[in-house]
Design a protein around this ligand. Structure first.
Ligand code: NAD
Ligand code: DAU
Length: 339
């Protein structure tokens, strides 16, 4: 079995490659990644020389490069993680989000149609459902919840999802989609809430909480997400969407306070800054379908996962200090300088 993993030099894609190489050592894994600011080849250093693994630097929007790779590798399965993934950046400049997240998805699926595959899996997000009110803890996103997006990022992901279902219906492409909640764990780029707060805490820098910090996210350890995708590509039903989440809702402010406590830093570092435009209030996944149909349950408890994650950032300072020493400083100044 040959699997093309796009976006495998990013956070979840790299964790998925590690998971698959451990769980299925007989598979050939081909990582296709453009190495944008969010992709880091050093993340993959432990597998780069392994037999059965190949890295190819290419853009999923580049039809010629994608077709060439399909001709060389004859993949059985494609798992598409490649995306522009940060909401704040999509508010600054939506265009690259539409290009990669929508056009790139269509190029990949065209290659799948042309060369034939047994499964195309689209890694999507719970953000396609929009948000839920804070005062209705009884409401959850199911696979039937209508798409109702808030940001250019989530709109581009919803656009891609619609296209994936259209390729299934119109061309009979064997597709599946997973829509997961917020991930955390090793190798997450320090623009996202948890690694950003860890890095700032360690540098005794202000911790920029948007608004009051009352927005709720449903956190899942990245390895649990990877196991879910592994299960879906093997046992999931073609044409189906699977929501992935672990009923682990937390307010942003509580996450930040927890990180302060774990690192023995004062909560006085917390600085409330201007809210994100169009900020989604609450995400909450109902994972009953993947649990009932495929038997998936999350294994990592949040209190253990967050300790493990903080510990990983403490012991892998070289990985993220290198990242935040470069153009990240300009990004940080632009996003947080006058907030
Ligand atoms: P990430 O930003 O850490 O990584 C994205 C990767 O895609 C990078 O390696 C980047 O170089 C690559 N990439 C970007 N544009 C590309 C292009 N045009 N061609 C080839 N490669 C390209 O993202 P992530 O957090 O790992 O998210 C991966 C996927 O999972 C995304 O599709 C995202 O929408 C989805 N998702 C993320 C979360 C989360 O909490 N992070 C939750 C649910 C779903
Ligand atoms: O729900 C899945 C989504 O989770 C994925 O589709 C996205 O790719 C991923 O980036 C993530 O989106 P969020 O916008 O929820 O994640 P982020 O880490 O950017 O923010 C989490 C919450 O923390 C959100 O309510 C905004 C807030 N926040 C974020 C940052 C970066 C802050 O208060 N301060 C910050 O500096």
């Amino acid at each position: 079995m040959t699997i093309i993993v796009t976006g495998g030099a990013g956070f979840i894609g790299s964790n998925f490659i590690f998971h698959m190489m451990k769980a299925h050592p007989e598979y050939r894994i081909v990582c296709l990644d453009k190495l944008t600011y969010a992709g880091n080849l050093s993340t993959l250093k432990e597998v780069l020389d392994k037999p059965g693994f190949r890295f190819v630097k290419a853009d999923i929007c580049n039809r010629e490069a994608v077709y060439r790779l399909f001709e060389e590798e004859h993949p059985d399965v494609v798992v598409n993680f490649a995306a522009e993934s940060h909401v704040d950046r999509s508010i600054e400049d939506p265009s690259v989000f539409l290009q990669t997240n929508i056009i790139g998805t269509s190029v990949l699926m065209d290659a799948c149609r042309k060369y034939g595959i047994t499964r195309y899996h689209q890694v999507s997000t719970d953000e396609v459902y929009g948000d839920l009110p804070l005062d209705r803890p009884d409401l959850f996103f199911t696979e039937e919840t209508p798409l109702h997006t808030s940001s250019p990022y989530s709109s581009s992901k919803a656009g891609a999802d619609l296209l994936v279902m259209a390729y299934h219906r119109t061309f009979g492409l064997p597709v599946t989609i997973s829509r997961c909640s917020n991930n955390y764990g090793p190798y997450q780029f320090p623009e996202k809430l948890i690694p950003l707060m860890i890095a700032n805490c360690l540098a005794d820098k202000p911790l920029p909480v948007y608004g009051e910090g009352l927005n709720v996210r449903d956190w899942l350890y990245v390895e649990d997400h990877c196991r879910a995708i592994d299960l879906i590509i093997h046992e999931g039903h073609v044409g189906e969407v699977y929501n992935v989440g672990g009923h682990n809702e937390m307010r942003n402010i509580d996450i930040v306070k927890l990180i302060c406590a774990e690192l023995s830093k004062p909560e006085s570092l917390i600085t409330h800054v201007t809210d994100r435009k169009g900020h989604d209030l609450r995400y909450a996944i109902d994972p009953a379908k993947i649990h009932g149909e495929l038997g998936w349950v999350p294994e990592m408890k949040f209190q253990d996962g967050i300790k493990k994650t903080i510990d990983w950032y403490l012991t892998h300072r070289d990985w993220w200090e290198e990242i935040i020493s470069g153009e990240y400083q300009d990004y940080y100044q632009k996003m947080y300088g006058n907030r």
